[in-house]
Ligand binder design. Structure first.
Ligand code: PMV
Length: 375
């Protein structure tokens, strides 16, 4: 606080879904039709940095995303209205940079100030590299703090969820479940969820850490940027079309995902690499099968993505354990989950895939890596 502007900056990483979220049963509260599970990246390369500033001198509330001015989306407005109830009556504590002391800014003053948000991603936005997960989780962190709300990370994940579903999982490191927040098991009941059930689910639908980043630190991630273009069908529209038209998605949400979620959680706890990688691959393909079963169908993968998937199966067949699992979100980019000891070998092989050069391959460990493939 400099007497005029109260400002706070946070950095948040992306998370990659291993059990996918695809489909909502409430668009406003963002209640997913199934629970999901992700791994949060532990690196500096794939992050959003967001600064939230509150000031009476701002004419309008504004979002500047990667240098471009945009208005607040309805989702950001929903986050702000959720937050208003959580601001403590006494207001927010802030460090006064002029006086050099801690002060309290009353709630009524905070509410009068316009909100200025500036956010940058150090990777392609809206191209299936999970930019919304880092961007909106970062915004939730900033808003919580700047308004003095003191929500714990679970509560903060509810706030992030209102901005973008997948964002709620980026609040925690390691392996994270986003609980759907309700107990309905029949798809028609889920699709026709009542307003009372939505209200209840909205309180319960949040992220829970399964294991932190130190639990299975053999794991590394390779991100193959098969395109930097914005995806043609935004995930919100894609999900809605799938929920409305795909019978496979209905079956997947109620009959496939719950078992996979249970099995992958156990595989993570037991560090069972074979089961873990198999579930990841099947889950990715199940998401894209749902998209293909949508009418009109949605195609997110391109030739490079498909080549990377085939290559992964070829490599895995020739080694004593799976070298990698691929997973692809609503875009063409491909995430390869591997072990650090396989990283150099894997990167060498994927560099030969048409459409990829070194600049399009990122990975989340920078240290020298002992490899098993040098001989
Ligand atoms: O949070 P959204 O609306 O960007 O949805 C993301 C959906 C997927 O990335 C495809 C899957 C997931 O669980 O993150």
């Amino acid at each position: 606080w400099d007497g005029k502007i109260l400002s706070l900056t946070a950095v948040s990483p992306i998370n990659i879904a291993l059990i996918k979220y695809w489909g909502k049963c409430d668009e406003i509260e963002i209640i997913p039709i199934n629970s999901s599970l992700s791994i949060t990246l532990n690196c500096d390369d794939l992050c959003s940095t967001t600064t939230v500033s509150l000031g009476e001198s701002y004419e309008e509330s504004e979002l500047i995303l990667n240098g471009k001015s945009e208005g607040f989306s309805d989702r950001i407005k929903r986050m702000l209205s959720f937050l208003t109830d959580s601001i403590p009556a006494e207001g927010a504590k802030a460090w006064d940079t002029v006086k050099g002391e801690e002060i309290t800014i009353p709630k009524e003053d905070l509410l009068k100030m316009k909100v200025h948000v500036e956010s940058t991603n150090n990777f392609p936005t809206a191209s299936g590299v999970a930019s919304s997960s880092s961007g909106l989780s970062c915004l939730a962190l900033c808003l919580n703090k700047v308004y003095g709300c003191e929500m714990d990370l679970g509560e903060c994940s509810r706030l992030a969820r209102l901005g973008s579903g997948s964002a709620c999982r980026s609040l925690f490191g390691g392996f994270v479940i986003w609980d759907k927040g309700f107990d309905l098991t029949n798809f028609e009941d889920i699709r026709n969820i009542t307003p009372e059930q939505v209200l209840e689910a909205s309180k319960n639908s949040k992220a829970i850490q399964v294991k932190d980043e130190s639990h299975w630190d053999e794991i590394a991630l390779v991100i193959c940027v098969a395109t930097s273009e914005k995806k043609k069908i935004a995930s919100t529209k894609g999900m809605k079309d799938s929920v409305d038209t795909s019978e496979f998605l209905a079956y997947r949400a109620t009959n496939i995902v719950p078992k996979r979620l249970e099995n992958i959680t156990k595989a993570i706890e037991d560090k069972d690499w074979n089961t873990f990688t198999e579930i990841i691959i099947k889950e990715s393909n199940s998401l894209h099968a749902s998209c293909l079963d949508t009418y009109p169908p949605i195609f997110y993968m391109n030739e490079t993505t498909k080549n990377l998937a085939s290559l992964t199966h070829d490599i895995n067949q020739n080694f004593y354990e799976p070298v990698a699992a691929y997973t692809v979100d609503a875009g063409a980019n491909c995430f390869l989950i591997t072990k650090k000891k396989h990283l150099n070998y894997l990167i060498d092989l994927v560099s030969d895939v048409a459409g990829l050069d070194d600049s399009k391959i990122k990975f989340n460990f920078k240290d020298e890596i002992e490899t098993e493939h040098n001989q």
